[in-house]
Every structure is written in structure tokens, then in C-alpha cells.
Design a protein around this ligand. Structure first.
Ligand SMILES: C[S@@+](CC[C@H](N)C(=O)[O-])C[C@H]1O[C@@H](n2cnc3c(N)ncnc32)[C@H](O)[C@@H]1O
Length: 232
């Protein structure tokens, strides 16, 4: 009984989280950061802070694909790095640009409107290509394009770091979450432009684009994962 009740609470939470994340992205961008932290129980911050402390290069340039409100790039800029953020949501970009101005980073960090699957950027340009909480939103055909673009614009010897939705370990719990996720996407689709799609195998999709993850870090029992690859 207790197990059922816990499962039901988790299920409601995941369903609500998916809906609220989409709504805040599309309609309440100023509150997006607060929502995403609430919904991931603060693990989004842990993910970003891991990237800032362990993955950012000491110098050079960073590209953030689906940069949202620019949190990661602002931190990179404050550490002296140059950066470009690409996002298709103008309202998210407005928040990012305002923040960049507030930190006097306008010259170092550039926020561009665009599609992460069709980048208007030169080959071999960035020491780190990073993306958090975006890959899971893309349909499978777009995901392949996203990784091939990430590979194209990263310099040889640089890194690619992808933070995305994952599944908790274990067949039963993993299967259960997969079901909950499918349901929550269907409900979210009623409120937003989201189209339901299966959870991607990020590692496999990266390898198909010629990117081999060197290691993986798991957050929130595996519900968030970070894959880090070195570009050969
Ligand atoms: C969940 S938010 C993540 C934002 C930020 N990376 C973070 O970690 O908070 C997903 C972002 O990806 C953007 N996005 C989704 N698909 C995209 C695409 N094809 N091209 C550009 N941006 C995209 C959305 O506009 C949104 O800002």
C-alpha cells in the first residue's frame, strides 16, 4: 500500500514536472530558472556546477546548444571564457541577454537565435560544446542532426558535454519511469507544442555521430545524466 502510494506520488510529480517545465519554457521564461530547479529538486544546478567546475576549459570558447536563459554561459564568461549560446526561443534569449548585460559580458558572450540542428557556425570553432536538458526534447531525426552539428563545430582535442534525461537503473523501476514519462509527455502535449517521443539512448546517438562518451555522471538516481566526450 505504502509502495503504491509512493509510486503514485512520484508519478504525479513527474507528470507535473514535464508539464510545468514546458509551460515555463514557453510562457514564463523569467521564472524558468526557478521552475526548473524546483522540478529537478535542484539537480539542474548540480549538473551545471559540475560542468563549470570539472568540464569547462581554462581558456578558449564554449558553445551552449539550447542555452535557455544563459546561466551556464554567464558563469563561463565570468571565468574569462568566450561563448556563444544558441536557442530557438526568443524570450529565453531576451532573459539571457539582459543577464549578460548586467554582468558586462556583452563582448565575451553572444546569444544567437537559431536551431541547434542547423547551426550557422563554422567548423572546428569551439573548445567545449555543451548542452543541458535539450537533447531529450528533440525528436530522433533531429537528435542525430544535433549531434552531428555538435561534432562539426567542436575543435579536435576539445570536449562535448551533454546533460539529458535518463532512466533510473533497474529493469522494473526503469520500465515504470519510461511509462510515466510517456504519459506525462502526452499530457504536456495538450498544453504545449511538445510532441511525445521515446526516451533517447544518448550514448548510442552520440556514438552514431562519431562522438564517443569518455564518462558519464548520474544525478537524481539516474534521471539526469551527463555524458562527456573528448573530440578525436
Ligand atoms: C529545458 S530548456 C534547457 C535550457 C538550459 N540549457 C538549461 O539547462 O536550463 C530547453 C531549451 O532548449 C531550447 N530548444 C529546444 N529545441 C531547440 C532547437 N531545435 N533549437 C534551438 N533551441 C532549442 C528551448 O527553447 C529551451 O530554451
Amino acid at each position: 500500500m505504502l509502495k503504491y502510494r509512493n509510486g503514485s506520488i512520484v508519478m504525479k510529480r513527474v507528470v507535473m514536472a514535464t508539464i510545468l517545465m514546458r509551460l515555463s519554457e514557453e510562457r514564463a521564461t523569467k521564472q524558468y530558472d526557478r521552475w526548473i530547479s524546483l522540478l529537478t529538486l535542484g539537480q539542474d544546478r548540480r549538473l551545471r556546477s559540475y560542468i563549470v567546475n570539472e568540464v569547462l576549459p581554462r581558456r578558449g570558447s564554449v558553445l551552449d546548444l539550447g542555452c535557455g536563459t544563459g546561466t551556464l554561459l554567464i558563469e563561463a564568461g565570468r571565468r574569462g571564457l568566450r561563448g556563444v549560446g544558441v536557442d530557438m526561443n526568443e524570450r529565453m534569449l531576451e532573459v539571457a541577454r539582459e543577464r549578460s548585460r548586467n554582468h558586462n559580458l556583452g563582448r565575451r558572450i553572444d546569444f544567437q537565435h537559431g536551431d541547434v540542428t542547423e547551426l550557422k557556425l563554422h567548423d572546428d570553432s569551439f573548445d567545449l560544446v555543451v548542452s543541458t536538458l535539450v537533447a531529450s526534447e528533440l525528436q530522433s531525426d533531429k537528435l542525430a542532426r544535433f549531434f552531428s552539428e555538435a561534432r562539426r563545430v567542436a575543435v579536435t582535442g576539445g570536449r562535448i558535454a551533454i546533460g539529458a534525461e535518463g532512466l533510473p537503473a533497474g529493469r522494473t523501476i526503469g520500465g515504470l519511469f519510461s511509462l510515466i514519462r510517456g504519459l506525462s509527455y502526452r499530457i504536456a502535449a495538450k498544453f504545449s507544442q511538445l510532441k511525445p517521443h521515446p526516451l533517447h539512448e544518448i550514448s548510442r546517438a552520440m556514438k552514431a555521430a562519431g562522438i564517443t562518451p569518455k564518462y558519464r555522471v548520474r544525478f537524481l538516481g539516474g534521471l539526469l545524466e551527463l555524458y562527456v566526450a573528448e573530440v578525436a
